[in-house]
Write a protein that binds this ligand. Structure first.
Ligand code: BG6
Length: 477
């Protein structure tokens, strides 16, 4: 095995320790992310990856074979040489919250092999209930020393547990070692919200309550819980998706000019939006559970855990007062989509309403951001129908990034964020004040959860959720 690859990107040698290395996230996202970084020459010249978890996947060879299979399933056009080189740097060491001594020895041995100035990256892809004990173990074994520590979301399960977790972290690391990951922030299209808004004179002046009637952040998923019954039973959709991914998107849409794409400024601006985000009103929230959820493995047959949430939220500041933000997400729904829609008000003048509309009444202007890996942005508007009469039609201005920038190189969210950890850049990671405020905002729902309403698989969720937004959802009626 060669200990170096042919890259020269200036990154220090690294030992990456991956807890949860045999889990769903590792196979679906983390190893594919590492592979893509390796293929693009973005990993350090010298590195090792030590997978860890409570149960051994067998010998190192068997572990590598399992990861090879996961990568073959997930990544198109694998380069055999890159794959072999990555796998050769991979090993597994069991550990648990009570005993991490063998792992600590393996990490030190790998570091000694890589020489001086080696950095340590520890990725905790473990459920919230296991996080606290794992952090204590890292402290006891000295594994947190010098480490950059990546903590998977959700960060705690409520305000109190988030504070406890934060206090536990402060016992073993400094804040600048902590990377609280919310992978939605690594999506190209999310960062594009900032470019679109702050680099364009067309949008920035219109980005407020005078022009915008409502905002929808809509992430329906066709997938069900995909064998993650025990995770879901302990977490639920509110914590898995709303208090984390969807609220972070709301923060990006709602923030004031941060003044720079810079760690402190961006996080300050986002934290201010969350301070002004009003605690959620259970009367304006719908919880649902898909029919069949209770029959899934590791799910209580009488479970009341929600697999669907729709909410109406308000940001109480001069920019957004009175503008509803509708957030919706759920499992086993009719369609998979990650869409942000800004719906604009009609212009003050109204003579256009008397014009013929070609049989169909074109809706209000909507700026639609699709947060898929091949991002799309479109602006729906009313225009004159070509022809002799003054008639209106709906027209669309669209940007398709894959088509318009075919030679560019978008990074998948985890790929981007792992790279940022290696570079020590926390701009796209969340801060404890943001996380804690979001728990405060969600607390009314934790104290007094709405009734969980069943919905059919493949539907758009309970009727009450369809009725929530004024003017309906953009997707699914
Ligand atoms: C994860 C959630 O964080 O995000 C999953 O735990 C969800 O439940 C997933 O399906 C969605 O991420 P993406 O990148 O596929 O949109």
């Amino acid at each position: 095995m060669s200990s170096t690859s042919a890259t020269g990107n200036g990154l220090a040698p690294h030992v990456l320790v991956l807890f949860g290395a045999t889990g769903d996230l590792a196979g679906r996202k983390l190893f594919p992310g590492l592979y893509r970084l390796a293929a693009a020459g973005r990993l350090p010249q010298s590195f090792r990856v030590i997978g860890s978890g409570r149960t051994s996947p067998g010998t190192d060879e068997e572990f590598r074979a399992a990861i090879r299979e996961a990568l073959e399933d997930r990544v198109d056009e694998l380069d055999g040489e890159v794959l072999d080189d990555l796998l050769a740097r991979l090993s597994f060491q069991t550990s648990n919250a009570d005993d991490g001594s063998d792992l600590a020895a393996a990490v030190r041995a790998a570091e000694d092999e890589l020489g001086d100035d080696v950095r340590r990256l520890v990725y905790l892809s473990v459920p919230p209930s296991a996080m606290l004990d794992m952090i204590a173990m890292l402290g006891r074994e000295g594994l947190a020393e010098r480490a950059r520590l990546v903590i998977e979301k959700p960060f705690g399960l409520d305000l109190e547990s988030a504070r406890t977790l934060d206090a536990a972290l402060k016992e073993v690391v400094e804040e600048d070692q902590v990377f609280r990951i919310d992978h939605f922030l690594g999506k190209e299209a999310v960062q594009n919200i900032l470019a679109l808004r702050f680099a364009n004179g067309l949008f920035e002046p219109a980005w407020d309550r005078r022009s915008i009637e409502s905002v929808q952040i809509d992430v329906p998923e066709e997938l069900d819980i995909q064998g993650r019954g025990s995770f879901y039973e302990g977490t639920g959709c509110l914590r898995d998706m709303i208090s984390t991914h969807l609220c972070q998107l709301l923060g990006f849409v709602g923030l004031e000019d941060p003044g720079a794409f810079h760690e402190r400024r961006l996080r300050d601006a986002k934290a201010r939006v969350f301070q002004q985000l009003q605690p959620l009103d259970p009367e304006r929230v719908v919880f649902g559970q898909y029919v069949g959820y209770r029959d899934e493995d590791d799910v209580d047959p009488e479970s009341n855990v929600e697999t669907f949430v729709a909410i109406e939220a308000y940001v109480d500041n001069d920019r957004w007062r009175g503008v509803p933000f509708y957030l919706r997400t759920g499992k086993a729904m009719a369609l998979s989509c990650r869409t942000i829609t800004l719906r604009f008000r009609n212009p003050a003048c109204d003579w256009w309403q008397a014009l013929s509309m070609d049989g169909v009444n074109p809706g209000p202007n909507e700026l639609v951001l699709q947060l898929t890996d091949d991002a799309h942005i479109s602006l729906e508007m009313r225009a004159k129908k070509p022809g002799p009469d003054m008639e209106l039609v709906e027209a669309v201005m669209a940007v398709d990034f894959a088509q318009d920038f075919p030679n560019d190189d978008p990074l998948e969210a985890y790929e981007r964020l792992i790279l940022d950890v290696l570079r020590g850049d926390r701009t796209l990671f969340t801060r404890s004040d943001e996380v804690e405020r979001l728990w405060e905002v969600c607390q009314p729902l934790l104290d007094d959860p709405p009734e969980v309403v069943p919905y059919d698989k493949g539907s758009w969720g309970p009727q009450a959720a369809l009725d929530l937004p004024r003017g309906g959802w953009r997707l699914g009626g």
